[in-house]
Design a protein around this ligand. Sequence first.
Ligand code: NDP
Length: 304
Amino acid sequence: MIIGSGPAGYTAAIYAARANLSPVLIEGPQLGGQLTTTTEVENFPGYPDGVEPFTMMDDMRRQAERFGTQFVSGIVTKVDFSVSPKKVVVEDEQEFEADAVIVATGASAKYLGLESERTYRGRGVSACATCDGFFYRKKTVAVVGGGDTACEEANYLAGLCEKVYMIVRKPYLRASEIMQQRVLNNPKIEVLFEHNTIQLTGEGKVQGADLIYRKGEADEEQRHIEIDGFFLAIGHHPNTEIFKDYLHRDAEGYILVDGDSPRTNVPGVFAAGDCADPHYRQAIVAAGSGAKAAIEADKYIKSL
Ligand code: NDP
């Protein structure tokens, strides 16, 4: 049983199917995983001209299907890893049993935790520029964050919008050099360093944001910007809550694995991809760990 349909899940399925392990893959809430929320994949080997994420994920899915993977659409609502075979329940209805389980549930976008963020969710607040950017053509938007995701989203939105603010809490960007340059050289993007968002404002939808500049410093100042959209790009948290009674996790919820292997604390349960990777979080790394998990699952099943 493989839980998750990102690069880790599909790669695990390809390997498991080719090893005759009869894999069943539960697709989860976002078919194709997090990658499908980006614009273009330029750093996955084998695609010299870049590739649309949906195309790449569909390629992986078809490759897994070709060797006999079965797909189940739905979300896993319960597991029992204390029994053998292990139990996995989908949508509180379908119960599956598996000799080995590969957890490849990925991670989800973080929000700031503001009350107004909840109020305007879907009405100007988004965590996916590729999904929602289209609605803000020729408008003004803000992107929160200073990492690669934030830079990527800001650049993407700059292609559609009149103006893009980047709200960055530190005096520098954390993103890779090439992404930083793309942002800093884009005349449509204004980076607001050392700014934090206090609240969003507007009549029924986002129309502005109250920001604080250099919070706690002598020159602290409150500012207001007029925006139509507010995009979060401040990182992710792993989708591992459902496994908390069985699998050891770190303080942030990432599944702990045995050294360099995908083995968890439960024999026969393996973790692959971003749900167990707070460091690299790359599609190619996730795919590699999916392959490792399937190889380990094969070894485990043969040892039963
Ligand atoms: P990161 O963790 O790298 O960056 C998160 C950003 O959000 C940081 O600038 C952080 O600020 C800021 N932030 C976090 N919490 C808050 C908060 N409460 N208020 C304001 N700002 C906040 O996450 P990313 O999603 O950008 O990237 C994750 C990984 O994926 C990275 O390894 C990245 O390199 C990789 N990636 C690679 C891409 C590519 O190669 N094309 C594309 C996208 C991601 P601070 O710096 O102050 O902590």
